[in-house]
Design a protein around this ligand. Structure first.
Ligand SMILES: *[C@@H]1O[C@H](CO)[C@@H](O)[C@H](O)[C@H]1NC(C)=O
Ligand SMILES: *[C@@H]1O[C@H](CO)[C@@H](O)[C@H](O)[C@H]1NC(C)=O
Ligand SMILES: *[C@@H]1O[C@H](CO)[C@@H](O)[C@H](O)[C@H]1NC(C)=O
Length: 530
């Protein structure tokens, strides 16, 4: 940091220390990999604005490196798992998901996914217990008088910490499979008639058959799939709080939900006042490239370059796949910057260079970049949207296929399946997005939409966190649906009551009519007799 910046920073810290200003203390419950990369952007900005940030980190954390972050406070709790073990578990999941799960039909695919989520749930639960059941650590956290908990909702615990420390809660969230917790904890209304459930690879314009498919998946996720092992979590939360509760209920206490998407990636759907969209908050204008890469990029001439990365979790490919990819890349006139940390493929062309790490955002923002070959992770998708770059999507796991499907629907991407990946497929896809101008036009249109917002996504995220700290929560935005039972929410009691009323009226009218008819008939008979 330059001296001037450092002194300003110190001044802010001093003001905060004596609580003269509006600086707050933020406690963070993070998640690994791209989730950490994303939330760290928020933390860096909070620090810039003079807030104090404390991150609860397990001793096994893969990507969170306390020694690399001088301004963040880390509260490291020891877990029996080693760093290598945790990394191995994550790698095992993504490798299986990428190479194995995709072979199966949808329902088997989901049941394989269920196993991963179940294992993940148990690990996070054990981490959460390590923190919450450690009396001295909890006492220390209470003593620190935090103003807010910022938690990645995909790993529960943040809501329990907020409840125990009696402070407000802000969630950062990409999605839950099937939108289950968005719907049942957050209360988000998502009608299956036009909101395709996340992971379904459907769009908002569905045919009858697609709506049936969507409905079946909604039912599957609502009643069968378990994102977390809720029985175990519910027991744990109830024990700690000393009253019966559920993880659904606890998550429903969040003051603000910051969703890491926006209408550029999402299809329009209803949302609630305590939900906001912060997709792309990590995107920045491109900085200049390291000299060696810049020279390589410039050497591409008028053809430009293609950027290729499969994200923070997949650094290499099997030899077979790598050779297929490399021989497709060798046949295009563009130069290719490929982030790859594996054995050099035999078919690698002279136009392709391998890098263990690439400045992805700066490359995507480079005027010579023509296309992005991506796995479809949300962070990468947003960098492509931000810079208006067409995508060739090779989805591997999690929400990636669904993200790519959205981009295909919006006309900025061509999808190539990893399972059936061939040199010809990849080459055709690349030529299409590079040579058909509609892809670039659509990408630029999305980019304009993304930039044309009253507030930048990062500023919006910070605004809500600061808002919650200033106002001790955001209860005024909390819809009353949280106080209703499910049958009240759907007005089943009212409908039932009205039906009973109608039935009663019909019954009374019928009885009256019958009575009258009977009387008239009797009178008729009497008259006849007379
Ligand atoms: C921490 O910093 C070192 C040196 O800059 C770097 O090599 C390493 O990759 C960083 N670790 C993480 C997890 O970011
Ligand atoms: C509990 O937390 C304290 C303070 O962070 C730590 O020193 C101690 O080792 C922890 N105890 C256990 C059993 O993990
Ligand atoms: C990628 O590299 C790791 C570490 O070298 C290795 O264990 C793994 O098998 C490789 N993955 C593939 C798909 O080749």
């Amino acid at each position: 940091m330059p001296i001037k910046q450092t002194s300003v920073f110190l001044l802010i810290q001093l003001i905060c220390y004596f609580r003269l200003g509006t600086c707050g203390k933020v406690l963070v419950w993070p998640t690994e990999y791209s989730h950490w990369i994303n939330i760290k952007m928020i933390l860096d900005e909070l620090l810039q604005r003079g807030h104090e940030v404390t991150v609860l980190t397990s001793s096994a954390s893969v990507l969170i490196e306390p020694s690399n972050e001088s301004s963040i406070n880390f509260e490291i709790y020891s877990v029996p798992l080693g760093k290598d073990e945790l990394q191995y578990i994550f790698q095992k999941w993504v490798t299986e998901w990428t190479y194995d799960f995709q072979k199966y039909s949808l329902w088997t695919y989901y049941s394989k996914m269920q196993k991963v989520f179940s294992e993940y749930s148990d690990i996070i639960e054990s981490f959460c217990k390590t923190v919450v059941l450690n009396k001295s650590l909890m006492k220390k956290l209470k003593g620190s008088r935090f103003d807010v908990v910022l938690a990645d909702a995909i790993g529960p615990c943040g809501e329990l910490l907020a409840e125990l420390l009696k402070i407000p809660l802000v969630y950062s969230l990409r999605f839950f499979p099937g939108y289950t917790y968005e719907k049942y904890s957050g209360g988000l209304p998502l009608p299956p008639s036009y909101v395709p459930v996340v992971l379904s690879e459907l769009t908002d314009h569905m045919t009858f058959v697609e709506r049936v498919k969507n409905m079946l998946q909604v039912l599957y996720f609502d009643f069968w799939f378990q994102v977390f092992n809720v029985k175990s979590w519910n027991q744990f939360y109830s024990d700690v709080l000393g009253r019966p509760t559920t993880v659904y209920e606890m998550m429903g206490k969040a003051d603000i939900w910051l969703l890491r998407t926006y209408w550029d990636l999402e299809f329009p759907h209803p949302f609630l006042p305590n939900f906001d969209f912060v997709g792309g908050l990590h995107c920045k204008p491109a900085k200049s490239l390291p000299k060696e890469i810049e020279e390589f990029v410039q050497s591409s001439g008028e053809h430009g370059i293609v950027v290729f990365s499969l994200g923070s979790m997949i650094k290499n490919l099997t030899d077979e796949k790598a050779n297929i990819v490399a021989s497709a890349l060798a046949q295009i006139p563009q130069k290719v910057v490929w982030r790859f940390d594996g054995k050099k493929p035999n078919t690698l062309g002279s136009n392709t260079r391998l890098y263990k790490w690439i400045p992805q955002n700066d490359l995507l923002g480079h005027p010579k970049t023509k296309a992005f070959i991506a796995h479809g992770g949300t962070n990468g998708i947003y960098e492509a949207i931000y810079h208006g770059i067409p995508i060739v999507g090779i989805p591997l796991f999690a929400d990636q296929a669904d993200n790519i499907h959205h981009m295909v629907a919006k006309g900025t991407a061509v999808r190539v399946d990893f399972k059936t990946l061939s040199t010809k497929n990849l080459l055709t896809a690349l030529k299409t997005v590079i040579n058909d101008p509609s892809y670039k036009e659509n990408a630029m249109r999305l980019s304009r939409i993304h930039h044309d917002q009253p507030m930048k996504p990062l500023d919006r995220a910070i605004f809500w966190i600061e808002f919650v700290m200033r106002n001790k929560g955001a209860k005024h935005l909390r819809p009353a649906l949280h106080d209703l039972t499910w049958f009240q929410y759907h007005s089943l009691d009212v409908i039932g009551f009205l039906l009973v009323c109608v039935a009663a009226v019909v019954f009374i009218i019928t009885k009256c009519c019958l009575f009258c008819c009977h009387k008239t008939a009797n009178m008729g008979k009497k008259k006849k007799k007379e």
